[in-house]
Design a protein around this ligand. Structure first.
Ligand code: GTP
Ligand code: MG
Length: 340
């Protein structure tokens, strides 16, 4: 099937066609581009929720519980699980698959894993493109699960309309260190494993910490840099709540899950009322940058240009040419009409 047939089938509810488009998106093939050109204008309706947190905090279990709650409410849910483990071994993915099997026959639940390989910035744009496909296919709630350890994984979650950061009570020092960085992107903080001792205390500590830090101050210190991106500028201007809400859940029993879903819905409604621009601008930027980078790379490696590129790179390596002049020369060569 070509891209256009795949898109038609996807829009008619064919899940196999949808899966094939997502594979194309993951591999960045021409089919993905053709499909997205048609699907992108149909997307923009779904609520994109990023779920991140330290390994083992219960993200997958929480996602599973959220699917249940959303299905009870009659909503179609899709999950993009960004797999932090090796694409070869599969790692934690297997466990997730088993856990999600109870939804295997529900056509209003769609779960997709994506390997976190690829170059910097690619992960965010790939997940965003996948979310756009799922959005166009009619899923109303799209959950993007990423493990909150690497910068790029956190960026994926932070590019959602609503970012949920999961914590578990009394995790080690190592996790404490991750915490501060994670909290900065949180719209909602969830202390999971509410059945464990110390959960309520962890939640109180987090609330106190978030008030003390005064999140708004963290985000808006000084003037935006001259080189700040459109998304950063929008984020700096965004009237943010003083602190994210802190909830306690027990994902294994479903305790607190309806409250979380209600909090997500409120955040969605507030974002819509406010125009919802910063997260959407950040996503737009990640996508367009990734495409620009891909196109430039492809141009520079095209057969007609390859030799010139390699020769110039050789001269940079031998310090005959500085890297800035080399970049100028390559850009001028690619876009001669734009050069000074
Ligand atoms: N006691 C308790 N255990 C939980 C809860 N939620 C999850 N767990 C358990 O914690 C372990 C890790 O849960 P996962 O959902 O796989 O955690 P994760 O954050 O997705 O883990 P990674 O994907 O590996 O980063 C599993 O054994 C779960 O059963 C909870 O609310 N209470
Ligand atoms: Mg998981």
């Amino acid at each position: 099937m070509d891209a256009s047939a795949l898109v038609d089938a996807t829009l008619e509810g064919d899940r196999l066609a949808l899966a094939r488009i997502l594979t194309a998106v993951e591999n960045r093939t021409p089919v993905a581009e053709a499909a997205l050109r048609r699907l992108y204008p149909l997307a923009g309706k779904a609520h994109l929720v990023g779920i991140t947190g330290p390994p083992g905090s219960g993200k997958s279990t929480l996602v599973s519980a959220l699917i249940g709650a959303a299905r009870t409410a009659g909503r179609a849910v899709a999950v993009v699980a960004v797999d932090p483990s090796s694409p070869i071994t599969g790692g934690a993915l297997l466990g997730d698959r088993v856990r999600m099997q109870s939804y295997a026959t529900d056509r209003d639940v769609f779960i997709r894993s994506m390997a976190s390989r690829g170059h910097a910035g690619g992960l965010a744009s790939t997940s965003t493109a996948a979310a756009a496909v799922l959005d166009a296919a009619g899923f109303d709630l799209i959950l993007i699960e990423t493990v909150g350890t690497g910068q790029s994984e956190v960026e994926v979650a932070a590019a959602a309309d609503t970012t949920v950061v999961l914590e578990a009570p009394e995790m080690g020092d190592e996790v404490q260190a991750i915490k501060a960085g994670l909290l900065e992107v949180a719209d909602i903080v969830v202390v999971n494993k509410g059945d464990r001792p110390g959960a309520q205390r962890t939640a109180s500590q987090l609330r106190a910490m978030l008030v003390a830090v005064g999140r708004a101050g963290v985000r808006q210190t000084g003037h935006p840099r001259a080189t700040a991106s459109a998304a950063e500028l929008a984020a700096a201007e965004r009237p943010r709540p003083k602190e994210p809400e802190v909830l306690v859940t027990t994902a294994t029993t479903g305790d607190g899950i309806p409250e979380l879903l209600a909090t997500l819905d409120r955040h969605r409604a507030r974002g819509r009322a406010a125009g919802g621009t910063p997260a959407r601008l950040a996503r737009a930027e990640a996508q367009v940058w990734a495409i620009l980078a891909d196109r430039l790379r492809a141009d520079l490696r095209a057969p007609s240009y390859r030799a010139a590129t390699d020769a110039l790179l050789g001269r940079v390596a031998s310090h005959e040419v500085d890297p800035f002049s080399a970049a100028d020369a390559l850009l001028a060569g690619l876009r001669p009409e734009k050069s000074p």
